[in-house]
Design a binder for this molecule. Structure first.
Ligand code: ADP
Ligand code: ZN
Length: 518
């Protein structure tokens, strides 16, 4: 067996392995069952393509994305590797060529769409073909809870057993639950050799800003990057259209993209984006999977993503070429409320919901971080950082902090004394001693908490409430719109058993800084 390195340069034209690739290649080539968790753009395909060449017989690759499959097949053939795909988009000639390659035993990689697994005859065909290994791309599609669920992925586990060959699964989804589901469904519950590598994307500058004038914030971020390709992720379809228009009004080349558009119109945007320089796409999360443009220079979130995984995946679309790229995420109390209620109102089971709250909490922790954001992000994914990154907004300007224990206790007591029935606005009126009609009508001006928080102004209190929500000390009441309730996590602070450090409101800090370049 030749050394993997020799294939790396002779077939793929790469000088060296990327972080993590070599170990995975060696494990896969050694015929071990493997699960590799690598971020988007980390170079997963090489990890099964290269071992496929090192082994006799054919490697079956299952992937949900026909366009990407076809790209890979084209790339491999150009490099002189016999590869073929069986997908619904095939011409009869293409399909014939694949069959012939299989019959002759010359085909090294056979890409098949998951739907094919359901077709009668596929299994028989694969049994005859001398399959040495199964590679599963986007393995998280086997998870019934994820939004990429593909029912046909559930057939893969059985196929592995029938063919009795090793299986290598790849995904960019790092959360432990999805991982467990992959192990259960693809590997029958037996833990495969598992790799989690390459989550650090040092060329991506990380930044969060409190949303104050969202449109102006996005426009100024884009203005500083005029002429560069970028994506603005928006929480709603309507917003993709308004922000795209606002960008065009400022002379940018911008268009919108969401799942409510005709397939044809969406394809036009995808094609324009990949071909044109400097186009900005304002999109919902529908835009992304399958976007394979290496030189996206920036990604901005006009609204907070739903979890730390989504955040990572979405910013990860920028800078795949390794050159510096900027990211900015806006967030505010409305985002937190929106994401919480989305989880609460969703159809998921209770344990799933609390896991989703946990993933949202992780993202909020990142938003309200007190130190290097990259260290926190990598820590979440289980990878260790060597030190502060020097390429995030908090490394550039460390936040000012203060002991927030007293204000938080005052806020909690205002919440409890008013029966957990009111929103932040009313509670701030009480704390700052603002005797509005609503306050006096309810007799809240006679509460002991009335006016105890005059040391902070309204904006200061808004920052405290936002951070309390981000620390999951308070949550909106799912049954009473706008009302805030205290969570279990707040008890130790209320009982004086724990303290909490807060940031002076980010609003008070320098507005937009250009990203740091090293
Ligand atoms: P993903 O992990 O998202 O599937 P790909 O396998 O498509 O990523 O790889 C992303 C990009 O990185 C591709 O353009 C690929 O050619 C490139 N790449 C992969 N491995 C290497 C390497 N060792 N050296 C240089 N470029 C690489
Ligand atoms: Zn940093």
């Amino acid at each position: 067996m030749q050394d993997p390195e020799s294939y790396l340069s002779s077939v793929f034209g790469f000088e060296s392995f990327r972080p993590g690739q070599e170990e995975i290649v060696r494990a896969v080539a050694a015929g071990l069952n493997t699960l590799a968790i690598m971020p988007t753009g980390g170079g997963k395909s090489l990890c099964f393509q290269l071992p496929a060449l090192m082994q006799p017989g054919v490697t079956v690759v299952i992937s949900p994305l026909i366009a990407l499959m076809r790209d890979q097949v084209r790339g491999l053939r150009t490099a002189g590797v016999e590869a073929g795909a069986l997908t619904s988009g095939n011409t009869p000639e293409e399909t014939d060529a694949v069959w012939q390659g299989l019959e002759a035993g010359t085909l090294k990689l056979l890409y098949i769409a998951p739907e094919r697994l359901a077709a009668s005859g596929t299994e028989r065909m694969l049994k005859r073909a001398g399959v040495t290994m199964i590679a599963v791309d986007e393995a998280h599609c086997v998870s019934q809870w994820g939004h990429d669920f593909r029912p046909d992925y559930l057939r893969i586990g059985a196929l592995r057993k029938t063919l009795d060959v090793p299986l290598a699964a790849f995904t960019a989804t790092a959360d432990t639950e999805t991982r467990a589901e992959i192990v259960e469904r693809l590997f029958d519950g037996t833990q495969p050799e598992t790799f989690l590598r390459g989550f650090d994307r040092p060329n991506l500058a990380l930044a969060f800003e409190v949303k104050n004038q969202p449109r102006a914030q996005i426009l100024s971020f884009a203005a500083a990057r005029r002429g560069q390709s970028g994506i603005v992720y928006c929480g709603t379809r309507a917003k993709t259209e308004t922000i795209a228009k606002a960008l065009r009004d400022e002379g940018h080349s911008a268009c919108h993209y969401h799942a409510g558009m005709e397939a044809e119109d969406r394809r036009i945007v995808e094609t324009r984006f990949s071909r044109e320089d400097g186009l900005i796409v304002c999109a919902t999360v529908a835009f992304g999977m399958g976007v394979d443009k290496p030189d996206i220079r920036w990604v901005a979130h006009a609204d907070l993503p739903k979890s730390i995984e989504s955040y990572y995946q979405e910013i990860g679309r920028a800078g795949r070429d390794g050159a510096p790229a900027d990211t900015l995420t806006l967030y505010g109390p409305d985002d937190i409320r929106f994401r919480r209620s989305q989880i609460d109102e969703g159809l998921a089971r209770g344990d799933r919901k609390s896991a989703d709250h946990g993933r949202l909490n992780a993202l909020l922790g990142l938003a309200e971080a007190l130190g290097c954001r990259r260290q926190i992000l990598l820590g979440y994914f289980g990878e260790e950082a060597t030190g502060p990154c020097g390429n995030c907004d908090l490394c550039a300007v460390p936040p000012e902090t203060f002991d927030g224990t007293q204000p938080v206790r005052k806020a909690l007591s205002a919440i409890l004394r008013t029966g957990e029935s009111f929103g932040a606005g009313h509670l701030i009126d009480i704390l700052t001693g603002n005797a509005t009609d609503k306050v006096t009508e309810r007799g809240h001006d006679r509460l002991p908490t009335f006016g105890v928080g005059r040391e902070l102004d309204r904006r200061g209190w808004q920052a405290v409430f936002r951070q309390m929500a981000a620390h999951d000390l308070i949550r909106p009441d799912p049954d009473r719109f706008g009302a805030l309730r205290m969570t279990q996590a707040a008890r130790p602070i209320l009982k004086d058993e724990a303290t909490i450090i807060l940031r002076k409101d980010a609003l008070a800090r320098a507005p937009r800084r250009p990203a740091v370049r090293t």
